[in-house]
Design a protein around this ligand. Structure first.
Ligand code: NAI
Ligand code: UGA
Length: 432
């Protein structure tokens, strides 16, 4: 099939490349000329394991191309996928201006042949219908269907997730579109749910909100564990063995970050409130997450009797999770801002996110190029992102490098017992 993918971010670039790998002809469009130039030189603007090789291979095979020319890409396509950003606005509502702008451009570029326009961006319920209206406003007689096929990949394992999805959801009102979209996705999975576009759009928000709920729930349990000297690791394990609960997304820590959970929980909350419904669970999920990282800074403050000023704190990990360079809504930002506000000096390490982090963090932050260099001579270390390089520091290295043996484990990722055995003052979340 011939595909046009509009937006070459984490979603568009990965899914466009993977569809090319499956044998389709894919033209990826981005309005940023610099990004397209980079991609044409085989330079990948994001860090995503396995992606560079796939881009190179499919470009060389003539199945994948990058352009700023949306009109040309649309003319050649049977299916046009929209994968532009839908960031948060001040009210919490999703900003649909990028999606609307693409819809207008597609409307202007369409000819008479039947085309399926697929919205992959995460959008409020009813957006597929709005996109169709916008396109038809530009050209009333066009032969199109606008469907919703939400994306469920995770950053850091995006290529793997695209090739091995748990399910594909197709929301459409057209049998012809459903059949073309099934044909496109069948090589990936037989688990295909076909529904209407509104339900499909809701499936995406509900899935992200549910996963975020699991995280805030276990974080709340961890906070209660702290009060009663129970261990949240043991609690999560014991809970997760119940098949109705499951073990995943029960890892307590400093809260969820990233470009999606925070904004999508707020966007769904907004949709409910906009119709006069108060979504109490979503509100609580968001509230627990807002304060979770602050609790660990308070912990650190207590260790130093409320006087953290002048201390050097090593921050291990800056990205919102390992295996990505994405700093959007990374908990490290709030943590570092809090520490600097209290007069601490921050020395930070991340294997790949430092360049992105510099754009968001205060100028005072010192950056180093290894986990060991970060903890060397520091008064305390704060594990913020559970990168392998940070987790693999040995108890001896922690002990010998830190000026004071204080380790705050914001991800409950370190071996508490062996650190304690080395005489280190260890603080996890909900870990007695
Ligand atoms: N990042 C992720 O892991 C996931 C994101 N999503 C959703 O997918 C959507 C896209 O997310 P990301 O890929 O992270 O966004 P991103 O911000 O990384 O990329 C968006 C791209 O669209 C381009 N763009 C914007 N307007 C354009 C236009 N008029 N024409 C051509 N290109 C245009 C931008 O230049 C940018 O390169 C969002 O709605 C997000 O919620 C869904 C699942 C996973
Ligand atoms: O819509 C999206 O953008 C994507 O959002 C998440 O993917 P992603 O944000 O890449 O990363 P996750 O692995 O889900 O982690 C999100 C955040 O939750 C945190 N987390 C995750 C799991 C857990 O048990 N505990 C926990 O604190 C992570 O550290 C991270 O900050 C979803 O997992 C994807 O299915 C979805 O497509």
């Amino acid at each position: 099939m011939n595909l046009a993918v509009v937006g070459t971010g984490y979603v568009g670039l990965v899914s466009g490349t993977c569809f090319a790998e499956l044998g389709n002809h894919v033209i990826c469009v981005d309005k940023l000329e610099q990004k397209v130039d980079q991609l044409n030189l085989n330079e990948i603007p994001i860090y995503e394991p396995g992606l560079e090789e796939l881009v190179r291979k499919n470009k060389d095979a003539g199945r994948l191309a990058f352009t700023t020319n949306l009109t040309q890409a649309v003319k050649e396509a049977d299916i046009i996928l929209i994968a532009v950003g839908t960031p948060e606005t001040e009210t919490g509502a999703a900003n649909l201006s990028y999606v609307y702008a693409v819809a207008e451009e597609i409307g202007e570029a369409l000819d008479d042949t039947f085309k399926v326009i697929v919205n992959k961006s995460t959008v409020p319920v009813g957006t597929a219908e709005e996109v169709e209206e916008i396109v038809r406003r530009k050209k009333r007689e066009v032969n199109i269907n606008v469907s919703s096929v939400p994306e469920f990949l995770r950053e850091g394992s995006a290529v793997h997730d695209t090739f091995h999805p748990d399910r594909v959801v197709i929301g459409t009102s057209s049998e012809k579109a459903a059949s073309m979209l099934k044909e496109l996705h069948l090589p990936l999975t037989e688990n295909i749910v076909v529904t209407d576009s509104r339900s499909s759009e809701m499936i995406k928000y509900a899935s992200n909100a549910f996963l975020a709920t699991k995280i805030s729930f276990i974080n709340e349990i961890a906070n209660i564990c702290d009060l009663y000297e129970a261990d949240v690791h043991a609690v999560a394990k014991g809970m997760g063995l119940d098949h109705r609960i499951g073990p995943k997304f029960l890892h307590a820590g400093i809260g969820y970050g990233g470009s999606c959970f925070p904004k999508d929980v707020k966007a769904l909350k907004y949709l409910a409130e906009d119709k006069g419904y108060q979504p109490n669970i979503l509100q609580a999920v968001n509230d627990v997450n807002e304060i979770q990282s602050r609790r660990m800074v308070e912990h650190l403050d207590r260790i130093f009797d409320g006087d953290i000023s002048g201390r050097t704190i090593a921050i291990l990990g800056l990205a919102f999770k390992p295996n990505t360079d994405d700093m959007r809504e990374a908990p490290s930002v709030k943590i570092i801002q809090d520490l600097i506000k209290q007069g601490a000096a921050v020395r930070a390490f991340d294997p790949i996110a430092i360049e992105n982090a510099k754009k968001m963090l205060p100028d005072e932050v010192e950056y180093v190029d290894s986990a060991l260099a970060a903890i060397n001579g520091a008064d305390a270390a704060f594990l913020v992102t559970e990168w392998d390089e940070c987790k693999s520091l040995t108890p001896k290295q922690w002990k010998e490098s830190l000026k004071q043996p204080v380790v705050v484990d914001g991800r409950n990722a370190l071996d508490k017992e062996s650190l304690k055995a080395e005489g280190i003052i260890y603080h996890g979340i909900g870990r007695k």
